[in-house]
Design a protein around this ligand. Structure first.
Ligand SMILES: Cc1cc2nc3c(=O)[nH]c(=O)nc-3n(C[C@H](O)[C@H](O)[C@H](O)COP(=O)(O)OP(=O)(O)OC[C@H]3O[C@@H](n4cnc5c(N)ncnc54)[C@H](O)[C@@H]3O)c2cc1C
Length: 380
């Protein structure tokens, strides 16, 4: 049975107060203006929200994945766009922390963990999303340097990141299979540029777009881990940092749906009584509560397993699947419950539905998550 410690409850309280004061009042405005509020990053850094799981020796808060999930849930309760910005930044830090050399950790983590710099993880390409070994970007070793070419798409923080992790194909093994290798690329490296910005259905206060490398020259010191370690780095970062983060973000949206449904049904008077006197409206509240509580258990159980060093690929897949599908159901149910008001943008519920749908593929589509869950279950 999972329970929060007193320190974790205290952390939640502090983050909630911050989010209610600094994020909630502006979240709708950021969404409408497609504005990613990176101006908050130094403050989020100071509070330990961006560097939650990074050890103190590298400038982080030295906490665990349960604490990280608390922070992301609280951010996403009011702005899933800001939450995914932080989450994607943490993908970059997670990759460097888990696979970087001591020199790379010392060079990059302190500025990232304190929010002075922004990170991104560039894996997806037009030919390689779920099928990430289908990537075509290349790295060629010439004249003592790696020369990187290719284009990534759907990258969160594409236009904001100072530090960008890339995976590229650096050759073929004896069986003719691609060898994938990861590199750390600094924003101002010549040839590394952000391309088109995507205009999305939701998560509009996050930045998503293309990033290209044209003859980007990197010293061998920019390689992350060894040649050929790209799949290991990408899979572990997506499964344990990305999926974990997305499950907490879905949970925040779910709590938003639950709280908005309670608030609206208390305040709306129909037939001279609050809306929640109708039994079908009570069913909506009960179903929203069930979706939230079950996703919460799965999310924090997976995070606490990760903190204990246990295998948790299946648990994170379950948590993200339950959270994402639950948030879609809860948002739709709440919109229905609200009648005409449900589609009025003055209420955040429409944004919650758009944000959930927009975040569905990040960290793995629901079908990919089911493939992971089934494979792990059959294996056990
Ligand atoms: C808002 C947002 C932010 C993102 N941020 C990042 C980021 O920061 N970095 C990054 O690298 N990427 C990012 N992505 C990309 C994301 O990881 C991909 O969208 C995701 O991996 C799916 O790939 P795809 O879009 O190419 O879809 P596809 O892989 O083409 O999937 C199409 C359909 O095929 C199904 N499918 C695919 N393979 C299988 C299979 N084996 N079995 C069953 N069904 C299958 C899928 O479920 C889906 O329904 C982001 C995407 C979005 C929308």
């Amino acid at each position: 049975m999972f329970t929060f410690t007193e320190e974790q409850e205290m952390l939640r309280k502090v983050i909630r107060e911050f989010v209610e004061a600094e994020v909630a009042p502006k979240a709708q405005e950021w969404d409408e203006a497609n504005h990613c509020p990176v101006e908050l990053f130094p403050m989020l850094g100071e509070m330990g929200i961006v560097g939650t799981f990074v050890p103190e020796e590298y400038g982080g808060a030295g906490l665990g994945f349960v604490e990280r999930s608390i922070c992301l849930e609280e951010l996403a309760r009011h702005s899933a766009g800001l939450a995914i910005t932080v989450m994607a930044h943490q993908l970059c830090m997670g990759g460097i922390l888990n696979f970087g050399s001591e020199e790379q950790k010392k060079k990059y983590l302190p500025d990232l963990a304190t929010g002075k710099k922004i990170g991104s993880l560039s894996l997806t390409e037009a030919t390689g999303g779920s099928n990430f070994m289908g990537q075509k970007s290349t790295g060629e070793y010439k004249d003592w340097q790696w020369v990187i070419n290719g284009r990534k798409c759907f990258i969160t923080n594409s236009h904001l990141a100072d530090v960008d992790l890339w995976t590229v194909i650096t050759g073929q093994n004896e069986k003719g299979k691609p060898i994938m290798t990861a590199f750390i690329i600094d924003k101002d490296t010549p040839g590394h540029t952000a391309g088109r910005t995507e205009h999305k259905l939701g998560l509009c206060s996050s930045n998503t777009g293309d990033v290209s490398c044209v003859n980007v020259k990197l010293s061998p010191q920019q390689m992350l881990s060894q040649e050929g370690d790209g799949p290991k780095i990408a899979l572990s970062t997506i499964q344990e940092v990305g999926r974990a983060g997305m499950s907490a973000i879905c949970l925040g949206i779910l709590r938003g749906c639950l709280e908005e449904s309670v608030k609206f049904s208390n305040e709306r008077i129909i037939y001279g009584k609050p809306l929640n006197k109708l039994m079908n409206i009570q069913f909506t509240i009960a179903e929203n509560k069930l979706d939230y509580e079950s996703a919460k258990l799965l999310t924090y159980r997976a995070a606490s397993m990760k903190d204990k060093g246990l295998l948790c690929a299946c648990e994170f897949a379950l948590a993200k699947y339950a959270g994402n599908e639950g948030a879609i159901r809860a948002a739709k149910r709440t919109i229905d419950m609200m009648g005409g008001y449900g589609v009025i943008n003055e209420y955040p519920i429409g944004r919650f539905l758009r944000d959930t749908l927009a975040g569905s593929t990040a960290g793995g589509t629901s079908d990919i998550l089911k493939v992971v869950i089934a494979a792990e279950t059959l294996k056990r």
